[in-house]
Design a protein around this ligand. Structure first.
Ligand code: UD2
Ligand code: MN
Length: 287
């Protein structure tokens, strides 16, 4: 038994790399939002394999990428419960080495989704050497687990076929909903702009940055890239900003100085839940 034990320990220490295609994917998923979901119930249902802070590592192989999933957030707890209920089992089946970061905007000021995501990138990197970042709307649930939450040779637009848009792209340059950029790709484009206050345009601006600096994006096919968006009205304090469409035309002049290299925010609170890491951030809303 001694030699067997020694043998066991040595193999346990040297896990092989995870396969490029995870073996346990199921393809199309049934997703519905009528069931009332609460964080407590979801914690019981999907929390047992998670480490505190919404962290998971595949137990029997080593992931090629470390993925931080960044969710911009304010006052969407019902959506968050659905998101956690559906995504954690998918991410585990995809054998991702990941952490879930819910980046909350402190206060009731005009919402700034992109600045929250920049802050989420910086705060996640303080915890673990993530090399891939998925920026995910809290209300977007994938309908096929073959849509891999990881990074690719080009920035990835995962949400290509959303039910709200009749499962096809409303316009070809759409780069919203759920995207992923490697650490290097994100640095090369200087992250998101910090100056898109209110609804609209921040994703178009990032698309411009990507095309200027990295020249291409990648997408899954329109079946694997199907999503359901949880139905919702426009949130308070996230009104459409009429300036934003004009700002989208200025990316070439602004992206070098407006982004990660000019990012200023204050962390007000960090809470570690089993299902996610909650970071509340003051984004210094202009008066
Ligand atoms: C579209 C885009 C979204 C974003 C938005 C314009 C798709 C599928 N979605 O979504 O990526 O570009 O237009 O900004 O193309 N949020 C909160 N609390 C709030 C407001 C927003 O948590 O009070 C977060 C939440 O993660 C939400 C996301 O910001 O999913 C985008 O806001 P939205 O869902 O209101 O935007 P929507 O559905 O028009
Ligand atoms: Mn939405």
């Amino acid at each position: 038994t001694r030699t067997a034990e020694v043998h066991q320990n040595s193999t346990a220490g040297t896990l092989g790399p995870c396969p490029d295609t995870p073996p346990d994917l199921v393809g199309p998923l049934h997703v519905e939002f009528d069931t009332k979901r609460t964080l407590d119930r979801v914690r019981e249902q999907v929390g047992s394999f998670l480490q505190l802070g919404g962290r998971f590592k595949p137990p029997n192989c080593v992931s090629k990428q470390k993925v931080a999933i960044i969710i911009p957030f304010r006052n969407r707890y019902e959506h968050l419960s659905h998101w956690l209920y559906y995504l954690h089992p998918i991410l585990m089946r995809q054998q991702v080495d990941y952490g879930v970061y819910v980046i909350n905007q402190d206060g009731e000021g005009l919402f700034n989704k992109a600045k929250l995501m920049n802050a989420g990138h910086v705060e996640a990197l303080k915890e673990y050497d993530y090399d891939c970042f998925v920026f995910a709307d809290v209300d977007m649930i994938p309908l096929d687990d073959q849509n891999l939450y990881r990074c690719f040779d080009s920035p990835r637009h995962l949400a290509v076929a959303v039910d709200k848009f009749n499962f096809h792209l409303p316009y070809n340059n759409l780069f919203g909903g759920v995207i992923s950029l490697s650490k290097d790709q994100f640095l090369k484009v200087n992250g998101f702009s910090n100056t898109f206050w209110g609804w609209g345009g921040e994703d178009d601006d990032l698309y411009n940055r990507v095309m200027i600096r990295l020249k291409s994006i990648s997408r899954p096919d329109s079946m694997i890239g199907r999503y359901k968006m949880i139905k919702h009205n426009r949130d308070l304090h996230n009104e459409v900003n009429p300036q934003n469409p004009y700002k989208v035309r200025e990316t070439i002049h602004t992206f070098k100085t407006d982004g990660l290299n000019s990012l200023k925010y204050t962390v007000k609170e960090v809470k570690k839940d089993r299902l996610f890491t909650f970071i509340s951030v003051d984004v210094h809303v202009p008066p």
